[in-house]
Ligand binder design. Sequence first.
Ligand code: ZN
Length: 400
Amino acid sequence: MAAKKWDSNKEIDYFREYLRIPSVHPNPNYAPCVEFLKRQAKDLDLPIKVYYPFDKQNPVVVLTWEGTEKEWPSILLNSHMDVVPVFPESWTHPPFGADIDEDGRIFARGSQDMKCVGMQYLAAIRALKEKGSRFKRTIHISFVPDEELGGRKGMLPFVSSKQFKLLNIGFSLDEGIASSTSEFPVFYAERTVKRVIFKISGSAGHGLLLMPNTAGEKFSYLTSKLMEFREGQVKRLKDNPELQIGDVTTINLTSVDGGVQSNVVPPMLTACFDIRLSLDIKVLEFEAYLDKWCEEAGGEIELDISRKDHIPPTVTDDSNPFWVAFKRATEELGLSTKLQVFPGGTDSRHIRKVGIPALGFSPMNNTPVLLHDHDEFINADTYLKGVEIYQKIIENLTNV
Ligand SMILES: [Zn+2]
């Protein structure tokens, strides 16, 4: 049942309409999103373009509000259209119903991650246009597919396309995370994700022997080294309350495969680790450790490792005028912000990789972090407060 207070709020209606589109993995259909955004563009009187940097099933939608200084680098306001799967039986509201309760909580998959942000950008622009504002810099508002699976069908091919270059982007805003306190986290970097698979060969034979160089011994050695490293990171996090999870390296054993039967020593075991390197770790040095540990374990270990170096963080000092403008906007609003390293991966990394500064920011404070969880919600008041925050940020970013 809808709370009366929100019955005639146009922005809340648009937001709920967008939430009701089930653009959900594993096979999201983006056509209804594109159709909805075309209607939004019409209402906002803004031009809209649809690009297909990967294939026809994965559209990138861009609305544009042209500035007075057409040559100046533009501002990109990015959000993704896709959402992660749901287990409806765990929800107390239908996950694509966008129900609103008496307290103003709007329940839906994507209400935090991140259909809220996409619609807040548009709501802020609608309000600014109604006020008669005009800005120097051009603003592009992009809606991309496939972020939840790494952006390989969305932002990744888009940033290297000719069409993207023509947008002449100087700075980008993208998603952050809700905050359960009054503070607003602002993300300026991400850790580097490494998926490491060890294919460990060893002497095979009967389980009644004590053969040297078995895969099991090597596995045990490697695991102990990685777990020792992990312990050190757990301690760092515990000893320093200033540190967040994004500031340390995380290591987790995620799968183990191999073996034939209980009395046979197998010729191979495979172990996969999810490793996320913090910015203070030198990637090449860490990889050299892995090589060394494989040798120490007895060799004959094949390493399958996703080779990636750290992507330079977005500069957050006076040398970056966009950072200065963003910070000024939050100060004018009296918001308390905290710079952080994003613990997971977002499309910002693809944007930063091509040299464009990007900040991750989802203005939802005093809100439990429910992304990818059931009963995901945002409060309507928080949502509308966010629209005001974006107006101030847009005003600041587009005139520097
Ligand atoms: Zn997201």
